[in-house]
Design a protein around this ligand. Structure first.
Ligand code: AMP
Ligand code: ZN
Length: 123
């Protein structure tokens, strides 16, 4: 797979390093604006993170100017779900925000979790 490149790297952001190719990751999908790679500590048989190449800190940073980017994130999520074979069995998309939301990496990312039944409500 070709180098994913970087649009707006942030030096201390691990996901910007993944986008730039200076940190290893197992990529599963790439578009001009979005990359998807396997979570390093999977919480389900399929656990893929879908992120913008550009450094958007979190969901609280989003505005109307991000409309096309958000659409692309969700289109990539669908493509990944299909490629991973979980589209028909079902999957969960999670976007953690802030401390209580469990956010630990401050670069916007969608978790795609699948391959097992998910409980609700989450813990
Ligand atoms: P969150 O808690 O929503 O911020 O999710 C961050 C996720 O990033 C966690 O599930 C981590 O396991 C994952 N993660 C952190 N560093 C890496 C990395 N270098 N490569 C892949 N996944 C990572
Ligand atoms: Zn970043």
């Amino acid at each position: 797979m070709s180098s994913p490149g970087s649009l707006d790297p942030v030096a201390d952001c691990p996901f910007c390093h993944i986008v730039a190719g200076t940190r290893a990751a197992r990529f599963v999908w790439e578009t001009d604006a979005v990359v998807a790679f396997r979570d390093i500590a999977p919480a389900a048989p399929t656990h893929v993170l879908i992120i913008p190449r550009s450094h958007v800190p979190d969901a609280l940073s989003l505005g109307a100017s991000h409309a096309a980017l958000l659409a692309e994130l969700f289109v990539v999520a669908r493509r990944v779900a299909e490629a991973e074979g979980v589209a028909s069995s079902g999957f969960r998309l999670v976007l953690n925000v802030g401390t209580d939301g469990g956010n630990t990496v401050n670069h916007l990312h969608l978790h795609l979790l699948g391959g097992r039944p998910m409980s609700w409500p989450p813990g």
